[in-house]
Design a protein around this ligand. Sequence first.
Ligand code: BG6
Ligand code: MG
Length: 220
Amino acid sequence: SPKACIFDLDGVIVDTVPAHYTAWKAMADEVGVAFDEKENENLKGVSRFDSMKHILSLGNIEKTDEEIQAFTEKKNAIYVDIISSMTPADILPGVVEFIDKLKANGIAIAIGSASKNTPTILKCVGLEKVFKVIVDGNQITNSKPDPEVFLKGAAQLGVEPKECVVLEDAISGVKAAKSGGMKCIGVGHPDVLSEADIVVNDLTNVDIDFLKALYSNEEL
Ligand code: BG6
Ligand code: MG
């Protein structure tokens, strides 16, 4: 079995996807760009700044870096306001049980997220003491699909990339895990996350045997 699991946060551990969508939709409306949930798939895992740049590019709109920065601050204020009322009830199905199984089997865990709000979110849902390694948007320079966030996580856990399984709901995150040499379980829809090794709806049926099956033809 693998030595570690690295979890994306937004959309894998906590249900923050609707809050991100609502806040980005407000920014898209403000600049007059059509934006829907399908387009939102392209923003998952992507940093705040690059997300705003993406929205502007959809409308061929030019803005200065300072203007883009101001939009991201506005977006984040809307987003933080929504997530500040989150509780442990917003942890996604199967997450707590899966983490318990990993701990019981000596498989290390880490967070690998693009979000600078990671510490706030973990606190809101009561998971702030659960992960000994947390790599988030405050510590990385290259956004997913660059593998930096996951490679840093593996290094801090003291394991090889190939010994890690990444859990991801974003197209960019799956690409990051695969280009980092890791296994990847996509959490979401198989049509969207086609580059993952396997795709699940949520973590309810993911267990140690499921992880082992990812390595069925390999020596670890
Ligand atoms: C990712 C989300 O986890 O973090 C993206 O999927 C988000 O939607 C990115 O833009 C950055 O998050 P934050 O909280 O720093 O704005
Ligand atoms: Mg995500």
